[in-house]
Ligand binder design. Sequence first.
Ligand code: NAD
Length: 291
Amino acid sequence: MKIVFIGLGNMGMPMAKNLVAAGHDVYGFNRSQEKVDRFVQAGGLKSLSIQEAAADADAVFTCLPKPEDVASVVLKEADLCTHMRKGALLIDLSTTSLDVIHEIHRTAETKEVAFMDAPVSGGTTGAEAATLTVMTGGSRQAFEQALPLLSCMGSHVHYTGEVGSGTKIKLLNQYFVGMHTLAVSEAMVMAEAVNVDQQSLYDILSSSFAQSKIYDRHYQQFIAKDDYEPGFALELLLKDLNLTAGLDETLTSTLQGFQSAKEAFHDAASAGFHSRDMSGLYPFLQQEKGN
Ligand code: NAD
């Protein structure tokens, strides 16, 4: 199939490469050209214009950081729905807002383009190994059409119902991710304060009730190495928590744990930890506590 993939970042690059590995013709686009060149070295294709590549593409994927990036690329810069052929798939893999999703959906419907929100979970390791969980909202027919492509990137591809339903589930996933990350970070600060060796704690808790994927990821890949190069940037998790809050502001404003997590990530981002991995909440708390 002919595919256009926009956003070759920490997630997009390995996902696009997996589509190439499955034998598809994948045209990669990214704001910085250096990533496009890396993608071409890995077997991807390049074209000077998104519109030209999208015109006869079977599917266009976007994997962009924030709602404003998705809206601006899809609806303005590339004006994708106008340039894509009728019946082609437009799939947003980013974690974005319901407002942006519904705006794209309305535009796509008028041009008879099949739009789906398909946010993913599993991080960069899942993206590389093609083991992502994909939460796909859209028409059942579009889902059946997209399944062979989504299966190149994920091993758990779910149909969640109407457009926007994938995003609601992903934002609840981020609720857990935020809370677990806060718990891991605070427990690490506490371990240090009471002289418990972090490696021993991790080894023991790995077989206890406190074991979690988030603890595994944060400890093994970042905390133990004292290296917080993302991964998943802390500012993107803060973006997600704000989007989660936006699902029901009245309710979430009363949820104390959630508010604490949101505030902690907000403070860390404001203190300059925004571009570190989300597990960088731990060194931020360490700094705050003066350890
Ligand atoms: P990233 O910042 O690493 O990559 C985004 C890429 O988009 C960058 O290469 C950037 O140059 C490019 N870009 C930005 N604006 C652009 C534009 N206007 N035109 C073309 N390219 C543009 O982000 P990421 O970590 O890959 O995350 C992408 C999305 O996936 C986000 O919505 C994020 O919340 C979500 N996500 C990330 C992870 C993760 O572990 N990193 C996991 C699940 C979901």
